[in-house]
Design a protein around this ligand. Structure first.
Ligand SMILES: [Zn+2]
Length: 75
């Protein structure tokens, strides 16, 4: 997976979904509206340090940057 991913890119996993940034922290009202509109994904309040940055709206896979972009797996 050597593609450079960014918000709005097509998902490299399902090829149909769109990637949106994952926002961490307690969401305010604005952020909740954005999430409902599919502009962002909510990552929750817990930040572990190496968290995924993009989420696919189609298959809900998450991606993180680890030198290259890689599929994020919950551990
Ligand atoms: Zn996808």
């Amino acid at each position: 997976m050597s593609t450079k991913l960014r918000s709005g890119s097509a998902c490299p996993s399902c090829n149909t979904g769109r990637l949106v940034p994952i926002v961490y922290g307690l969401p305010g009202l604005d952020l909740r509206h954005d999430a409902e509109a599919g502009a962002v994904a909510l990552g929750g309040c817990v930040v572990r340090g190496n968290d995924p940055e993009l989420q696919c709206l189609g298959c809900l896979e998450r991606f993180m940057r680890n030198g290259d972009w890689v599929l994020f797996h919950e551990r």
